[in-house]
Design a protein around this ligand. Structure first.
Ligand code: GUN
Ligand code: ZN
Length: 433
């Protein structure tokens, strides 16, 4: 039976990349809008006064006079097993991994622990309005099983993978090329494209994989048409120097992955801070994407992502939190820090561009733009309701806002989980404040 439901509020969503069509043509805004869903899909979107007369008289309508509906946020890089180590003090990447990350990740050999953290992690994402994420598990197969099982209960569109890591990490956290290949393959067969779930082949980063393991990761990527490849790239200067030592044959960092056939339209590389022209060019040529993770890049002192350079070289970019290197689950706070990273390079990040990166741009980076990322009719009903009166400061500041761009910018500057009134996934409410 088909079931129509409607929400009345302001609505804003991106319909194109501002870089391609200009800011004005990149979004649609309805000051008094109506979003109509039919079961799990968007059925109609438009001005309330135009749509209301066309709807059945008995349709259920939720009215949010202080609400703004946007698509659910898309986080293109996050580690669910690092939920409980967010805010770990004082180190940069390589020491941070050894001191905090590896001991924390060892706990995920226990499926019960993994399940408990996965549930809290998903609750945190949804509280922050994030409806899709590209997620690292740990080296343990059970960590990914626990994650997917938790996602399935709420019918979330999520992507995850088991870490492949066979060297330069503690023995308790390493696999072998063969077991990583077998475990990843079994997980793909069991979970990839099951409902709304997808699998990402996940070598941690070049330093923790042997040539043999990377080669098997590439083989696996070639064996399936539409699985993802998810890893880290060129985040920290010491890391980059180490990669050159470990792989003297490679021309640059990305070349290590390139030589193992790991670049593809479904490959997502977190960070990509210290890249040369040739690396941008290969990312563009292969349709690969970068996940820009500003809170992490600042917190662990990695550097400033060059968004305008990536754009100039036509590389797909999404936005990521990178928790627990990142300091917030909130994509609003991630946009706040992105703005500052760009400011430090004497440029401005337009709020519509930020919204694009957090929604449709992320969907495009993940090749899911036919399903999620905006509120086009026929796409999946993953959306959120922002509350203009969520806090006293939002209330007073937004009372002075002159237009939707300014309103969005204020949400992106002082907003966080409190600003998310409700989150919907496939038409179902999965969070209510
Ligand atoms: N590089 C390799 N592993 C990690 C990780 O867990 N977090 C971050 N930020 N970078 C990494
Ligand atoms: Zn990461």
């Amino acid at each position: 039976m088909s079931l129509l439901k409607a929400w009345r509020a302001a609505i804003v969503h991106c319909i194109a990349d501002p870089k391609e069509v200009g800011i004005e043509n990149a979004y649609e805004y309805f000051a008094d809008g109506l979003l109509v869903t039919e079961n799990d899909k968007i059925h109609a979107i438009g001005h309330a006064d135009k749509l209301l007369p066309k709807l059945p008289k008995d349709i259920e309508i939720e009215h949010h006079p202080d609400g703004i509906i946007t698509p659910g946020f898309i986080d293109t890089h996050i580690h669910y097993p690092q939920t409980d180590m967010i805010g770990s003090y004082g180190e940069q990447l390589l020491t941070w991994l050894n001191t905090y990350t590896f001991p924390e990740e060892s706990k995920f050999s226990d499926k019960q622990h993994a399940r408990e953290v996965a549930e809290r992690f998903l609750a945190e994402l949804l509280r922050n309005g994030t409806t899709t994420a590209l997620v690292f598990g740990t080296v343990h197969k059970v960590s990914v099983e626990a994650f997917f099982e938790a996602c399935e209960v709420q019918n979330l569109r999520m992507i995850c993978g088991k870490v492949m890591m066979d060297r330069n990490a503690p023995d308790y956290l390493t696999d072998t090329p063969e077991t990583s290949y077998e475990d990843s393959k079994a997980l793909i067969d069991a979970w990839h494209n099951k409902g709304r779930l997808h699998y990402a082949i996940t070598p941690r980063f070049a330093p923790t994989s042997s040539d043999e393991q990377l080669q098997l990761a590439g083989k696996l990527l070639g064996e399936y048409e539409d699985v993802y490849l998810h890893t880290h790239l060129s985040e920290n200067k010491d890391e980059c120097a180490w990669v050159q030592e470990l792989f003297p044959q490679s021309r640059h960092y990305l070349d290590v992955y390139d030589q193992h056939q790991l670049l593809s339209e479904r490959s997502v590389f977190a960070h990509g801070i210290h890249l040369c022209d040739h690396e941008y060019h290969r990312l563009h040529e292969t349709g690969s994407a970068i996940a820009f993770c500003p809170t992490s890049n600042l917190f662990i002192g990695s550097g400033l992502f060059r968004l305008s350079e990536a754009e100039k070289q036509q590389v797909n970019v999404g936005l990521g939190t990178d928790v627990g290197g990142g300091t917030s689950f909130s994509m609003l706070q991630t946009m706040n820090e992105a703005y500052k990273v760009i400011q430090l390079q004497n440029e401005n990040l337009n709020p519509i561009k930020s919204l694009y990166l957090a929604t449709l741009g992320g969907a495009k980076a993940l090749r899911l733009e036919d399903k999620i990322g905006n509120l086009a009719v026929g796409t999946e009903a993953d959306f959120i309701i922002l509350d203009k009166k969520a806090t006293p400061l939002l209330t007073s500041r937004l009372a002075l806002s002159k237009n939707i761009e300014e309103t969005l910018f204020v949400f992106m500057t002082i907003g966080d989980d409190r600003a998310i009134k409700a989150t919907y996934s496939a038409g179902q409410c999965v969070h209510q404040r």
